[in-house]
Design a protein around this ligand. Structure first.
Ligand code: WT7
Length: 630
């Protein structure tokens, strides 16, 4: 059996089989891997609790399948290729042999520092090879990694460290990003000074070598801990359903939640989707521009590609440094074959002019991908024409932190592509559109709420430390279905287009943000009485953040700037509102609920029909807000 689909017929066959005999289908895929002990039961599930188990009874270590398994045939092939921020800096590359050795050494260093199976280790580290190595080192010994995107603030980092009760934080000293040199360790120090009682060790990689404040009670140096370690570390046998990692993501209410993924199913699904969505062939150079701080980086920079024995590239920098041609220059320099990025990057580069991609040789590209938010028609066509040169399939991949891997996507060269459509389900995925009441919409050419009615191997298992929240958020809206939070449209031929969130989650430059989370941050400003945050269409970011804020009137002229600073401190610069309107009240229902529908329309400047406002507690406020709208 070969797992890489190579024709439409094979896709249809695989899809049919995956629905009629999901256990047989996934067992066959899982058999590709090396298991320490075979599973007893392929799948048991109950979406009510939820309680979902794949390959139960099986024992494995994912790093054996990412690394050791490839050594006999590919030991000298490049596993990770790293391109620095500075275009004149030296690239780094690790063969599979070298990567295995590096991972083992770090794994031994973690053990020497008291990290055991099940302990949580937080990473706050930009895109350096040590991040991928460290993550794999955790998996090697069964420690649970939780990577925090290094753009989050000290407060946000502290919240995540504390929720996971992490024993160790791994960071770098500084990192170059574009023209900036970012003091990474200092943010960790600030987080710890807020209070993170579970942390015993901070392991710091000397990256730039710039001076940092050193606390010898808790801080240790990577090289001093790692370099002298044994070059082999035996893999910890893990149960299929043991936790592999936690990754925090925003929801419509409360603080970000820790999405939990487990070892067996996540391994099988990220590998299967990587192989098929990118049609990776031996010798190809694959590049995903995401940050490992997000799920895209976990599944499609680290795990999926390494499980497939691929060469995966990591890029330290940003798309516009030193100029807007950087992505394309890198594609040319490394003869990239598969390129995977976000619509927000495409739109930002599109705005800089066609000459940037047109200047470079992109003829090695075979597949170009998009992920993270809906891609608009204009950006799709630009990507197709100027990057794909009209003959490279675009894979618009829809998925979520919670899904672990890609669920909806065209398969390049096999299924068709249509601008703005992520099209078809991967084998094993059973998407449905439902009405608000939860009845399944059978006909095509309709819109509905996107749900999945059967488990796939990398579906979320729980939210860390709060299983009820997982049930509530994803499994309680509709009986026996996973609810995605997205609205979607299905065309006359059954292709799906994901329109966007139907809950209070917004997507800013592909970064997921809870409006409640931003409001809570704004409300930390002493002059703020109440606030309401909504998303609005933004040319580059996809959605921008619009905040309506009631202040106590005693605020200074600078209150907008101050509010932005508070949000930066509480969450990070990515959550800063684009627009802040000071208002004297917010439209509320008689029961006191903010009517966000109205605010969304005002923010979008779509005010021709605000709907019925007569039932509001304070209908007059709408006029005031309209007049002051930005
Ligand atoms: C939300 C999930 C999974 C990778 C990164 C984002 C939106 C994601 C698409 C797409 C339309 C998309 C959805 C989804 N989204 N990909 N191809 N087309 N929308 O992960 O941060 O968990 O966000 O991103 O709204 O629910 P995430």
């Amino acid at each position: 059996m070969t797992s890489q689909l190579s024709s439409l017929e094979e896709y249809r066959e695989a899809y049919k089989r995956s629905v009629q005999d999901p256990e047989g289908f996934w067992a066959e895929q899982a058999n590709t891997f090396s298991w320490i002990q075979p599973w007893e039961k392929v799948l048991s599930w109950d979406f009510k609790s939820p309680d979902i188990r794949w390959f139960e009874g099986g024992k494995l270590n994912i790093t054996v399948n990412c690394l050791d398994r490839h050594i006999p045939e590919k030991g000298d092939d490049t596993a990770i290729l790293w391109e620095p921020n500075d275009p004149l800096g030296s690239i780094k590359s690790y063969t599979y042999n070298e990567l295995l050795e590096s991972v083992c050494k770090v794994a031994n260093a973690l053990k020497a520092n008291g990290i055991e199976k099940g302990d949580r280790v937080v990473f706050y580290m930009p895109m350096v090879p040590e991040l991928a190595i460290g993550v794999l080192a955790c998996a090697r010994i069964g420690a649970i990694h939780s990577v925090v995107f290094a753009g989050f603030s000290a407060q946000a980092l502290a919240d995540r460290i504390n929720d996971a009760e992490a024993k160790m934080v791994i960071c770098s000293d500084f990192n170059n990003r574009g023209a900036k040199n970012i003091p990474v360790k200092q943010v960790v120090d600030n987080a710890l000074s807020i209070g993170c009682p579970s942390v015993r060790t901070v392991l710091m990689d000397r990256n730039t070598g710039d001076e940092v404040v050193w606390n010898s009670e808790i801080d240790v140096h990577w090289d001093e801990q790692v370099d002298h370690q044994e070059s082999y570390c035996p893999p910890e046998p893990m149960d299929s359903e043991d936790v592999l990692f936690i990754l925090y993501t925003s929801g419509s209410t409360g603080k970000p939640k820790g999405v939990v993924h487990t070892c067996g199913g996540y391994m099988v699904y990220t590998w299967y989707t990587f192989l098929n969505v990118f049609q990776y062939k031996p010798g190809d150079i694959y590049w995903c521009t995401a940050d490992i701080g997000w799920i895209t980086g976990h599944s499609y920079i680290v795990y999926g590609p390494l499980l497939a024995g691929a060469t995966t590239m990591m890029f330290e920098g940003v798309p516009t440094f030193p100029d807007a041609g950087r992505f394309w220059q890198i594609c040319e320099k490394h003869s990239v074959n598969q390129f995977y990025t976000a619509p927000t990057a495409i739109r930002a580069l599109m705005a800089q002019g066609d000459e940037w991609p047109d200047r470079y040789d992109l003829s090695n590209l075979k597949v170009i991908g998009s992920v993270g938010e809906p891609i608009n028609e204009e950006a799709w066509h630009w990507y197709d024409k100027h990057v794909g040169r009209g003959n490279v399939p675009i894979v618009d991949t829809w998925w979520q932190t919670e899904t672990g891997g890609i669920l909806l996507t065209p398969i390049p060269g096999i299924t068709d592509t249509k601008p703005t459509y992520c099209s078809y389900p991967m084998p094993g995925i059973q998407p449905v559109l439902v009405t608000q009441e939860g009845s399944i919409i059978e006909e095509n050419n309709t819109e509905g709420l996107l749900c999945i009615r059967f488990p796939w191997p990398s579906i979320i298992r729980t939210t860390y430390g709060d299983h009820e929240r997982c049930r509530q958020t994803y499994f309680s809206t509709f009986d026996n279905m996973y609810f995605t939070g997205d609205g979607a449209r299905r065309d006359e031929d059954g292709r799906i287009r994901v329109i966007g969130r139907v809950d209070d989650v917004i997507n800013v430059s592909g970064h997921r943000m809870g409006t409640a989370e931003v409001e809570n941050a704004i409300n930390e400003h002493p002059a703020v009485i109440e606030s309401a945050v909504v998303g609005y269409p933004h040319d580059i970011k996809g959605q921008g953040i619009y905040a309506f804020v009631i202040t106590d009137g005693k605020s200074s002229d600078n209150v907008q700037t101050e509010i932005r600073n508070v949000v930066t401190k509480e969450i990070g610069p990515i959550a800063k509102p684009d627009k802040i309107q000071i208002v004297s009240g917010l439209p509320k229902t008689r029961s006191g609920k903010i009517m966000r529908r109205i605010l969304r329309k005002i923010a979008a400047n779509d005010t021709s029909d605000l709907g019925d406002i007569s039932t509001l507690l304070n209908p007059d406020i709408v006029k005031e807000i309209l007049q002051g709208a930005q």
